[in-house]
Design a protein around this ligand. Structure first.
Ligand code: CTP
Ligand code: MG
Length: 254
């Protein structure tokens, strides 16, 4: 990481003031796309990021959106160390923003942290990192633009999310309802999740057992901003999701 004599200050409340002092330039926006998972819940032979969606590898759709946004400076894809499939596809149409990193880890958090470490020579402490699941192919440019617009002036950072619509039940171990959980003020987290490089790296180094970046930031006592998204930015987890994603993309194209 290039320090350039600047102090690493990440903690609330002085963070924003310090960011302003050390930053006469526009912070860069780097996307990190964790794509080192096995896709076990899809029960398919190949990892879900490479399953065909509208004739392209599933991951291609999100990469294409991220690479096409002028606000995003680089798109780093974190692949598993022994990924055998990436090189079998032609990614040249996505331009020179795209950088594969073969440094995935055992968990999603490890993969993201591996990516952050791998770009430490390039990223400044105050640069924004947008972490986006490879498994969310229906991200649209306007989702990302809204996130950047609404989070750029936030002290901590933020994430796309959707207010919970269903009534929520908490169960016992035999699947009987214990209680109804009030859904008011509950949100489903999505990606991208957008945080400053140094803040995200430190948070993930200290909280490895998390399923998203925001949880790591929360564990550090901070409060990410929720930016309202919609259900089209779904995560492909089960086979049915692949059909839903195809429907969403087809209708959007139309
Ligand atoms: N991921 C990763 N490294 C891991 C695990 C997951 O980079 N060790 C990535 C996945 O490739 C995916 C994203 O994190 O893009 C979200 O994870 P998830 O939907 O859980 O994908 P998988 O872990 O691949 O699927 P499953 O949990 O069903 O095995
Ligand atoms: Mg997983």
């Amino acid at each position: 990481m290039r320090m350039q004599g600047r102090r690493a200050v990440t903690r609330h409340p002085g963070f924003q003031a310090n960011i302003r002092r050390m930053q006469p330039f526009r912070p860069k926006h780097y996307a990190i796309v964790p794509a080192a998972g096995a896709g076990s819940r899809m029960r398919s032979e190949r990892p879900k990021q490479y399953l065909s969606l509208l004739g392209r590898p599933l991951i291609h759709h999100a990469l294409s959106v991220l690479c096409g946004l002028p606000e995003i400076d680089k798109v780093f894809v974190v692949l598993s160390v022994d990924d055998a499939e990436w090189r079998q596809h032609d990614w040249s149409g996505l331009g020179d923003k795209l950088v594969p990193l073969f440094c995935g880890g055992a968990t999603r958090a490890d993969s993201v942290l591996g990516g952050l470490r791998a770009i430490s020579d390039r990223a400044e402490q105050s640069d924004w990192i947008l972490v986006h699941d490879a498994a969310r192919p229906c991200i649209a440019p306007w989702h990302v633009e809204k996130l950047i617009r609404e989070v750029s002036h936030e002290e901590v950072g933020g994430l796309l999310a959707v207010p919970v619509a269903d009534t929520l039940k908490q169960s016992d171990e035999r699947d009987h309802v214990i209680r109804t959980v009030p859904r008011q003020s509950l949100w489903q987290a999505q990606t991208p999740q957008m945080f400053r490089y140094v803040m995200l790296r430190r948070a993930l180094e200290q909280a490895r057992e998390v399923t998203d970046e925001a949880s790591a930031i929360e564990a550090a006592g901070l409060h990410p901003k929720l930016v309202q998204s919609d259900a089209t930015n779904l995560k492909v987890t089960y086979p049915l999701d692949l059909h839903l994603a195809e429907w969403i993309l087809r209708n959007r194209e139309a």
